[in-house]
Design a protein around this ligand. Structure first.
Ligand SMILES: [Mg+2]
Length: 200
């Protein structure tokens, strides 16, 4: 599968959008260096909607995740990438998802995502150019600006769309994360194995 087939589009930020989508373009070269992926949760792994809970009263917040995004995260883990969530909210649903996926890093209650990005890089022992960040809203900008590969769902805030290297065709919570992960795996030469050889 070529990176053209994996869809999405390269956005500006100093790169030539016309050159993107092939294996040796600047965006694919950035993706090829990625060893870990950090993701915002609301609006990235979900469509941004949630039903508030009350943790003190034992009422969990409810979110909806997409199964193809979940399998993409499993594919990334099985391919040797490290994964983390960096979210501004506290949610048992997110902690449960993180445990289910054996995530390597989880930050909740985090509105200062630039320092969180740096902390995650240090905990992974990786340089910023080896770490991707996926975000959809303006509080993600400090981390997106530091990331070696910055990506967003199609329905991200316009300021985010202008900042990132890669925009998925799909919106948040509807397959954007799967597409971004496949872009990274494709650039690293790991996509065919992840799609066709992990599953028997
Ligand atoms: Mg968000």
């Amino acid at each position: 599968m070529s990176s053209e087939d994996s869809g999405g589009s390269a956005a500006p930020r100093g790169e030539d959008p016309q050159a993107a989508g092939r294996g040796n373009d600047p965006v694919s070269r950035r993706a090829a260096a990625i060893e870990a992926i950090l993701l915002d949760v609301d609006g990235v792994l979900t469509d941004g909607t949630f039903e508030p809970g009350d943790e003190g009263a034992g009422i969990p917040e409810r979110k909806r995740f997409h199964s193809r995004d979940g399998l993409g995260l499993v594919m990334a883990k099985k391919s040797g990438l490290r994964l983390g969530f960096v979210t501004g909210r506290r949610s048992g649903a997110v902690r449960g998802r993180a445990a289910e996926l054996s995530l390597d890093y989880l930050r909740e209650d985090c509105f200062d995502k630039g320092p969180a990005f740096e902390e995650a890089c240090a905990s992974f022992g990786l340089l910023p150019e080896q770490v991707a960040f996926v975000g959809d809203d303006v509080q993600d900008l400090p981390a997106l600006r530091k990331a070696g590969f910055a990506a967003a769902p199609a329905d991200a805030h316009p300021a985010v769309l202008e900042c990132v290297h890669f925009v998925a065709d799909a919106p948040g919570g509807r397959g954007a994360v799967r597409q971004i992960i496949e872009k990274i795996l494709d650039a690293r030469g790991l996509l065919d194995a992840a799609l066709f050889r992990f599953w028997g």
